[in-house]
Write a new protein. Structure first.
Length: 404
């Protein structure tokens, strides 16, 4: 087994890294320690890095396409990691999950359609609904005993209210695993949701970009896998779109490559039509990184998962012993942790944000970035060397001490 080094303090300054080189613009100071945006502070898998170096040596970077080897790599990965078998023709390659969600909404919605989202949730979901001139139905997650779950009773009510007003509830954008609350939805939860959406004839757009980043004791269930295994969903599968990528898993988000899985031929055609004119061709580096990561990166991924787990356990112990005013919501997946800061004593989110940015000098994602349901929370990225994580926590602890 190779020895992968996730503890090395990589210097990402002056590399055009949004996470590091936009600190002054985003947080008001270059002294802020950035633990926010969802990329990792360590190098990608060595095999991926080596293949990209070899490709760069070729010196020609023209227009590229996904050849059959790319399709095969994705098919093999889905089969190996999730026991999900798909037909090759269902696969479409894109520059990212967010553009793909927007293309899907463009293909299936009309102005003033209603689209369901589940705050607190990834901010671009709100933007996608707005950009396609639709109205969001906010089916907020329920937080009980430091654990989030779906509120399907409220969802049924909201759908009913929208239909009574003459609105068409067209789609739901679903986050699985959930960003930022870290839930890995269980099979029974997913089936209840799928049966409701099927009954109401609502498209499901399932963002599964964090599907490889799962903690021990939990298992990601691709919605498509559940649908394919049950005859009751044979027709409804035609209204389900899944979005996945290697970008978060292997820290290659800047190479802008994702893939979309659509079983329905009619919907694939509509999707491709919606993409016309947007220049959505893939980078040769992105495609090569995807293929190499899936074909040669599994050992690195398993090592990364162990490091993330140890980082998560370190954070939990640190908060319990030294910073009990902040509580980490129990994480099941992703390398993002949802922090409940309501016991710090601030009157509003503005005060909390200013405290983190100006006094603690730590750059986190404000909870309100994920909708009003994220009030008095912060999102922290664990995908960094332990030393850097500890420094961030030390800064917060010292600022809390001085603020008492």
């Amino acid at each position: 087994m190779q020895n992968f080094n996730f503890s090395k303090l990589e210097n990402r300054e002056n590399t055009m890294a949004a996470k590091w080189d936009k600190r002054a613009e985003i947080f008001g100071s270059e002294d802020v320690l950035p633990l926010w945006v969802a990329d990792s502070d360590w190098q990608t898998a060595p095999a991926v890095k080596q293949k990209l170096i070899e490709r760069a040596e070729a010196g020609i970077f023209g227009y590229s396409f996904a050849d059959q080897s790319i399709y095969q790599a994705v098919e093999d990965w889905l089969q190996k990691r999730f026991e999900l078998k798909i037909d090759r023709e269902w696969l479409l390659f894109d520059t990212g999950v967010v553009p793909a969600i927007n293309f899907t909404l463009k293909a299936i919605t009309e102005e003033n359609d209603a689209v369901i989202i589940q705050p607190p949730v990834y901010r671009p979901f709100f933007g996608a609904v707005k950009a396609n001139n639709c109205r969001p139905i906010k089916n907020e997650l329920i937080k009980e005993d430091n654990h989030y779950q779906m509120d399907l009773a409220n969802l049924k009510l909201e759908i009913k209210k929208a239909k009574e007003k003459g609105e068409r509830v067209r789609a739901m954008i679903f986050c699985s695993p959930h960003n930022p609350v870290g839930r890995v939805w269980q099979e029974d939860e997913l089936l209840k949701l799928l049966r409701l959406l099927k009954k109401e004839d609502i498209y499901l757009l399932s963002d599964e970009i964090h599907s490889d980043l799962i903690y021990p004791g939990y298992k990601h269930q691709p919605v498509l896998k559940l649908l394919l295994a049950r005859e009751e969903f044979k027709d409804y599968r035609q209204k389900v779109v899944s979005f996945m990528a290697a970008s978060k898993t292997f820290n290659i988000a800047g190479l802008h490559t994702s893939y979309t899985i659509i079983e329905s031929k009619k919907l694939r055609q509509a999707y491709n039509k919606a993409k016309e004119g947007f220049g959505t061709g893939n980078s040769p580096f992105g495609l090569l990184a995807l293929k190499t990561a899936y074909n040669q990166g599994e050992e690195w991924l398993e090592a990364q998962l162990k490091y993330l787990e140890s980082n998560y356990n370190f954070l939990k112990e640190y908060l319990q012993e030294r910073l009990p005013q902040i509580k980490a919501v129990e994480a099941e997946g992703t390398y993002l942790v949802w922090l409940d800061c309501s016991e710090l004593g601030f009157e509003n989110d503005e005060q909390l944000i200013e405290f983190m940015n100006k006094k603690a000098k730590v750059g986190l994602n404000p909870g309100r970035w994920f909708g009003d349901a994220g009030s008095m929370h912060m999102r922290l990225n664990l995908a960094c060397p332990r030393e850097r994580l500890k420094e961030g926590l030390d800064r917060i602890k010292e600022a809390v001490k001085n603020n008492l």
